[in-house]
Design a protein around this ligand. Sequence first.
Ligand code: B12
Ligand code: SF4
Ligand code: SF4
Length: 342
Amino acid sequence: MKNQLIREVLNDSLFKKFDIVDWGCTTDPRPVTWEHFSAWVEKGHNGILKYLEGDRKEKRESIKNYFPEFESALVFQFSYADQKFALDNFYNSSESNGLKVAGYVMGFDGVDYHHVLKERLDAIGKLIQAVDPEVEYKISLDIHPVLERDLAYRAGLGFFGKNSMFISKSKGSFFLLGSLLLSKDYDFESKPIETDHCGSCTRCIDACPTVAIDPNTRTIISDKCISTYTIELFKDLGEAPVGMENSDGEVFGCDICQDVCPWNKRLLRINRDVDREESKSETYQSIMDFFLKRPIAKIIEDLEALSNRKFQKLFFGTPLQRTGRVGLLKNIRFFSNKSKKS
Ligand code: B12
Ligand code: SF4
Ligand code: SF4
């Protein structure tokens, strides 16, 4: 009975409201790719991402290490594909200054998805608790010690691409994953495990400017990845990944290995008639106006003149806060130096 009522809560209008393009469930707390992940860390491929080592690595071996009451997970795919494609239209326009931020940055009106999706997941958790007050839940959203791609795989939502992205045949890869870990199993119908759909394609591997994809293991060598350098490295230590000079203005995150993927191109093609407008939100526009439309020299001048505190205030609640003023200056100077050299 409760199963039925909760199933009714998880309805299409809720999913539409929250940009959820697919969802699934799994009851197994143990990742099937644990050995794969562990070997990646043992090889040191996590690089500067020290939070994936030691205890925090071990915790990922079972969801029960994070949430002992775990009985099932509801895994959601939150799409930002439309805003990503609108952003690409902007990059191709004469208004663009040539700098790029990753699609997910602008995908939630310029607001940090950790805030937006946490609210959505909490709202769903509360709806479930309204039906079953005894159920407890915990959120898994990026920063929690859960192998999220593995969880989504077990929920039958897609496959692991050679670019290491979790890909859905019908939704591409421009979505984020977020899950509700529940202390009960409602016995929802499960989806079959998806098979690999990369075939002989190597487009992502060929397109990665820094050769960060290890084709044998389908993993990323973190320190070579532009995403790591531009988001996770907050100081200017003078060493950008070799090959970054061949990238295309990526100053916060990188979408290159997804842009070339046929599964995203297909999504764009089948939805070609969708009217994609840029968000009108103030936060979105403030990032566009400051970073993506003005001459690069002027951006550098303004960032140099700002205090760290003022920067944090200006970009409060956006993904850019993570890297901060100094980290962004490092990234933007890289492209300024590059264009001076060429
Ligand atoms: C650390 C991290 C990073 C690191 C390392 C990325 C990486 N690929 O390992 C850096 C900073 C580089 C990064 C970059 C990005 N990230 Co990130 N990141 C994470 C984080 C926190 C952990 C990932 C991790 O453990 N990596 C280690 C590898 C070994 O594990 P994995 O990525 O889960 O990959 C699994 C599959 O590769 C699988 N597998 C694949 N092939 C095969 C083959 C065999 C035989 C087997 C057994 C297994 C297997 O096994 C792995 C272990 O489960 C997750 C959130 C989370 N808690 O999981 C987000 C996450 C993976 N990131 C995400 C995003 C959006 C990005 C970026 C697109 C952001 C951007 N635009 O710049 C890029 C994409 C780069 C890329 N091509 O992967 C999303 C991905 C959503 C999706 N559709 O896949 C996640 C899930 C966050 C979220 N909640 O949505 N990220
Ligand atoms: S995100 Fe960019 S740098 Fe990282 S693996 Fe993909 S293409 Fe290479
Ligand atoms: S570009 Fe090709 S090889 Fe890479 S993830 Fe997409 S389908 Fe797989």
